[in-house]
Design a protein around this ligand. Sequence first.
Ligand SMILES: Nc1ncnc2c1ncn2[C@@H]1O[C@H](COP(=O)(O)OP(=O)(O)O)[C@@H](O)[C@H]1O
Ligand SMILES: [Mg+2]
Length: 377
Amino acid sequence: MLTEKYKPKTTKDIVGQNSVVEKLKYWFVNWKPGSRALFFYGPPGTGKTSIVTAFSHEHKLELIEMNASDYRTPDQVEKVAGAASTQNSLTGRKKLILIDEVDGLAKGEAVAPLVNLIKNSSFPIVMTANEAWDLKIRALHEVAELMQLKKVMPSSVARKLKDISTREKIEIDDGTIKSIAENSAGDLRAAINDLESLSSSFRESKVSIFDAVRKIMKSESAKDAKSSLNSVSEDPEYVFWWIENNVIEEYKDPEDLANAMRALALADLFRTRIRKQNWKMLGYFIDMLTAGTAIAKKQKYSSFVMYRPPEIIAALGRTKKVRALRKEACKKIGKYLHESAAGVNAVYLPFLKIISQNMDVAASFGLTEEEMEILKN
Ligand SMILES: Nc1ncnc2c1ncn2[C@@H]1O[C@H](COP(=O)(O)OP(=O)(O)O)[C@@H](O)[C@H]1O
Ligand SMILES: [Mg+2]
C-alpha cells in the first residue's frame, strides 16, 4: 500500500495543513493538566491522524493511540483511556494520547466518560472525527478546542503524487497526475490509492493506456484506430471503460458525441455476448470500440483533453485493501476451523459477524484490530 509506505514520518511530510500543524505545536507546548483537549475534524484523507502520528514521531513522544470505535461500552472507555491518562510514562518520554474517530463512538453515553477523562487527564489528548457537530458528541465541545481540517488542494495533492511517483519510478504524465488530483476532491488517501491502482496497470501494459485512448479518439482513419490496440497489452474491455469515460470530454460537437455513443452502445452489446463465451463477437466489439468511435467525428479535435481513469478502476483500487484484509482474516480463522479461506468467507463469516457482537472473536483467532473491522462491517 502506497498510503502506508508514504505515511508522513515528520510534519514536514504533511502537505497543505500548515496552520493545523502550527496549532498542534502551540497547543502541545502550552498544555498543562486541566487544559482543553484538541479536536481535529474534517473530511477523510486530509491528514487528521497522520499529523498527530508524525508530530509524535518528530518529537519522540510516547503516543497512545486508540480508535474510539473500539469502545463498546462506557466502562471500556474508562478502563483503557483512564489508565493511559494516569500512569507515568515508563520510558520517561512525554505522552500524547490520540483518540481517533470519536464520531464512531459506539453509543452516545460513551461520550460522558470521555469528557471526564479529558477533564482529569494528566496528559494532553487529541481527538479526531469527520464531523464535529453531531449531537451525540456535542458534549466534547465543552472540553476541547476545535480545529477544522480543510480538503487538501488539488495542487498540493498533485505535488505529493508527483513526489511519490518519482520515488516509485512510476512513469506517469503530469496531465494524468493532475486529473487524479482533481478527481480526489481533496482526499489525499483516495488520490494515492488511485495512483497505485493506475500504476499497476501501467506496469502491465507495454504502451500506456493513455496512448491508446488518445490514438482512438484523435485518429480519423478506421484502420489507424484499430491498430491502436495492437501495441496495448490491455484487455479491450478495459480500453472500453476508458473510452466510455472520456469521449464526452473529447467530442465537443453533440452530433459527433451522439454518433460515438451509438458506436459504443453497439460495442457494449457485442461485449455482453463475449461474456457469454461467444468469442466471434470479440472482433466486432473491437471494431465498434476503435474504428466506430474514431470515425464518429467529422474531424479531429485538436484541443488537449486530460483523460481520466474510469471510476470503475479507481473503485477497484479503493477496495483492494479491504479485500486483502478480509482474505487474511479468513485465512487465520480457517486454520482453527480446518477450512479454506474461501470456505470461511462463504460459510462462517456471516455467523462470526453476529457472534462477534457479544464475544471477543478477535482474541480466539488472533486477528488484528484492522482485520476485526472487516467482521464488524
Ligand atoms: N495532509 C497530508 N499530508 C500528507 N499525506 C497525507 C495527508 N493527508 C492524508 N495523507 C495520506 O493519506 C493517508 C491517510 O491519511 P490520514 O491522516 O489517516 O487521514 P484522515 O485521518 O484525515 O482520514 C496517509 O497515510 C498519507 O499517506
Ligand atoms: Mg484518520
